[in-house]
Design a protein around this ligand. Structure first.
Ligand code: THU
Length: 160
């Protein structure tokens, strides 16, 4: 038997430590929580995506009375961006979540389905996406989506 350790590197920043463009994207994600449609969970999530061409797209979670029919903020924002610019890589993604009258103190972390979708975009354009997970106490930064989904199922897993 052999063991393998898989490491995820998370950088932890205060908001003030981040460069202006990252602060701006986080603020965009924070603004988006106001536009969430989350009457069932009352968990309001905002996501903002910056493309390599400088365009910014944002989204919020959209729930439905048939619960699985709803969609997370990350996928709303990412599909929106990819649908408008199908040939432009994504540079940065920021996520924020608001519930019980305040933003989460600890950084919000994307669900498994979102990780899978975000990874496909990263691999599709062969360009790392910087991920910013906002919390009011601190912000986690990851260099790419792959860090969030080790041992993933990907295009190459389908074989030939
Ligand atoms: N949600 C997101 O939009 N993004 C996440 O990263 C976690 C969960 C949404 C889905 C659902 O509308 C609500 O938050 C509660 O799970």
């Amino acid at each position: 038997m052999k063991k393998r350790t898989i490491e995820t590197i998370v950088e932890i920043y205060s908001f003030e430590e981040l460069e202006a463009s990252k602060q701006q994207l986080i603020n965009k994600a924070k603004e988006q929580v106001l536009k969430a449609y989350a009457p069932y969970s009352e968990f309001h999530v905002g996501a903002a995506v910056e493309l390599e061409n400088g365009e910014i797209f944002a989204g919020s979670n959209q729930e439905n009375s048939a619960y699985p029919s709803g969609l997370c903020a990350e996928r709303v924002a990412m599909f929106f961006a990819n649908a408008q610019y199908p040939t432009v890589a994504v540079k940065t993604l920021a996520i924020a979540a608001f519930t019980n009258g305040k933003f989460l103190e600890e950084p919000v972390t994307p669900c498994g389905s979102c990780r899978q979708v975000l990874l496909e975009t990263e691999q599709r354009f062969e360009k790392d996406i910087t991920v910013l997970l906002y919390g009011s106490k601190h912000i986690f930064q990851l260099d790419n989506v792959k860090q969030l989904l080790p041992l993933c199922f990907e295009k190459s897993s389908l074989g030939s």
